[in-house]
Structure formats: C-alpha cells, structure tokens
Design a protein around this ligand. Structure first.
Ligand SMILES: C[S@@+](CC[C@H](N)C(=O)[O-])C[C@H]1O[C@@H](n2cnc3c(N)ncnc32)[C@H](O)[C@@H]1O
Length: 304
C-alpha cells in the first residue's frame, strides 16, 4: 500500500502570535526594573517585621528550653560538617587560617590575651560549632584549658576528630550553664555567635560574666543591610540592637538566624568591662564588615 496523503486540517491556526505577548514582555521588563528598586526596600521591611515578631514571641533575656531545642535541631539539620572540615584544613595548610577564615580572625585576639596575661588558664568558646580553632589553640597552649560549648546534642561527636588533652566540647545552652555555675572560664569568646543572640540575652550573658570572667572577646560579622547600610555598632541602642540580616536555609529557604548589629562597646562597658581592643574593618577576603573587641573586667579582685 502506498503511503496515504493526510490533508492537514486547519482549525484555528494563526499566522502570527497575538501582539498581547508584546504587552506581557513590556510589563515583565517594567516589573523587573521596579523589583530591582523595590527589593532592597522589601527585604529591609521583612527584616524589621521579623525582628518585631521575634521580640514579641521571645521577650525575655534568655531562651526558653523549647527555643534551645529548636535551635539545636536547626543547627543539627543544617550542619555542613564535611565542608567545614575541608575548609579549615585547607586554610591551615595554605597558611591563611588566621587571615582568611571568619572563625580564624579571633585567634590573634585570644593569643594577645594569653600572651599578656599569664593568669589566664581557661578559654570558653560560646557557640563553638566545629571547634577547629579551639583545637589548634589547645595544641599550641598545652598548659591552658579550652572549652567549646554549643547547643546540638551531638556536638561532642561532631568534634570527635579534634581530640586533645586540654580541649573539652560540651553540649548545652551556654547561658544556662554559666548561670548554674557549670561553665567557668577566664576568657569567654563569641565568634559569629553574638550576632545570633537577641539583645537582652546578650546583655544577660555579659552581666553573668562580669562576676566571673576576666575577659570577653567578640569576633562578629556586620552584614551589609538590605538597604545597603553598614551599621556602625557604636550608634546602636543597647536596648534594641539593629537587625541586619536574616540567614535562610540554602536548600529549603527556611528562616535561620536573625543577625543583629549590637553596640558591643557600650554593652561591655555597662557590664563593667574596659574595652581594651576595638576595631571595625573589612577583612580583604570577604564582603562582610567585621568587629573585633576585647573587654577586660574592671574588677581587680578577679586577679587576686
Ligand atoms: C554561625 S555559628 C558560628 C560558629 C563558630 N563560632 C564560628 O565562628 O564559625 C553560630 C553558633 O552560635 C550558636 N548559637 C546561636 N544562638 C545561640 C545562643 N542564643 N546561645 C548560645 N549559642 C548560640 C549556634 O548553635 C551556632 O553554632
């Protein structure tokens, strides 16, 4: 049989696509341009609304046990342990750990204190996460004790490859442990942790530390706000820190921490710490501005 000829049936063919498509194109272009201008405004608005909601939901000066549990779960479910391990080890072998990693930026501050004050026996890292930096310090200063604390239940296991005699990694809510007298140290430091702590809670940490810590060190980000502003921490109220960024989960887009710019200098001072080191700068390897500060307790009794 020869191949049959099928005549095409033209029901409602159009020779040209309707010009409406052009209208949509124009709208999409204008929309894109408007969005370009609106986005920073909307993001800034979202940030302040989020801050407002969080303050209403969590008005106290510490986290409730449910909040600690939620934080621990969030941390556990978003832990990028293998990436961290590779990142820190590569930075160390490239000789840039102290200059090109955010956690590493705290090392010179801790060493400054350890070298200038022989009475300092212990250093506590609040929110230690993967405590590579503490492990390195513990190897370099075998006669001092290093303690890392963080909320995930499995934090000791996460750090199990960083064993050294004078490093302990413990799971728990640092504020609760300090309050109960279960977490002692001469130096307490926050590295990218204070930014995630709400204003009243951070002041609570400092008040508690003022009766027992010789030094408090901050090594913290100052993210550029969605509206392009870099908040000067010295201009921020100590009653209400400024929300500067919200971390969203890379895969699920879920809300992570609300990050704040605190007035670190004033907060230290009102809790009776002298600010003996203070700098705000932009490390060359990142777009994030950075604050480093050391507070030394005014209470001379702590040195007796
Ligand atoms: C961005 S990570 C910083 C990890 C590490 N210190 C560094 O410099 O890379 C923030 C850490 O702070 C902890 N954290 C967040 N909120 C906290 C709070 N209210 N009290 C104590 N730790 C908190 C988290 O569990 C998390 O491990």
């Amino acid at each position: 049989m020869t191949k049959p000829f099928i005549e095409s049936i033209s029901v409602n063919a159009v020779s040209k696509l309707p010009s409406r498509a052009f209208g949509y194109k124009v709208r999409a272009t204008i929309g894109g341009a408007l969005n370009y201008f609106l986005k920073p405004y909307q993001d800034q608005l979202e940030l302040s609304r989020l801050n407002y909601v969080l303050r209403a939901r969590s008005p106290g000066n510490e986290l409730s046990s449910e909040e600690v549990e939620a934080l621990a779960q969030y941390q556990t479910s978003t832990f990028d342990l293998e990436l961290r391990k590779q990142y820190f080890r590569k930075s160390l072998s490239d000789g840039v750990l102290e200059t090109h990693t955010l956690h590493g930026l705290v090392i010179p501050l801790i060493e400054k204190v350890l070298k200038s004050d022989r009475s300092v026996n212990s250093v506590v890292d609040i929110g230690c996460n993967y405590a590579f930096v503490d492990h390195l310090l513990s190897m370099k200063y075998p006669d001092r004790v290093f303690i890392g604390v963080d909320v995930p239940k499995g934090i000791a296991e996460i750090n199990s490859d960083l064993r050294s005699e004078n490093l302990t990694v413990i799971s728990g809510y640092a504020l609760g442990l300090i309050k109960a007298g279960d977490l002692l140290g001469d130096v307490f430091y926050f590295s990218s942790t204070a930014t995630a702590i709400k204003t009243a809670e951070l002041r609570n940490y400092l008040e508690l530390l003022s009766s027992r810590a010789k030094y408090v060190i901050f090594n913290e980000p100052l993210f550029v706000s969605p509206n392009g502003r870099i908040v000067n921490p010295d201009e921020v109220s100590i009653e209400e820190s400024e929300p500067i960024s919200v971390a969203r989960g890379p895969l699920n887009n879920e809300y992570g921490y609300l990050c704040r710019a605190h007035n670190y200098r004033k907060m230290l001072e009102v809790s009776r710490f002298d600010v003996v080191h203070y700098e705000v700068y932009k490390p060359e390897f990142t777009n994030i501005y950075w604050i480093r500060a050391i507070g030394q307790n005014r209470n001379k009794e702590l040195w007796k």
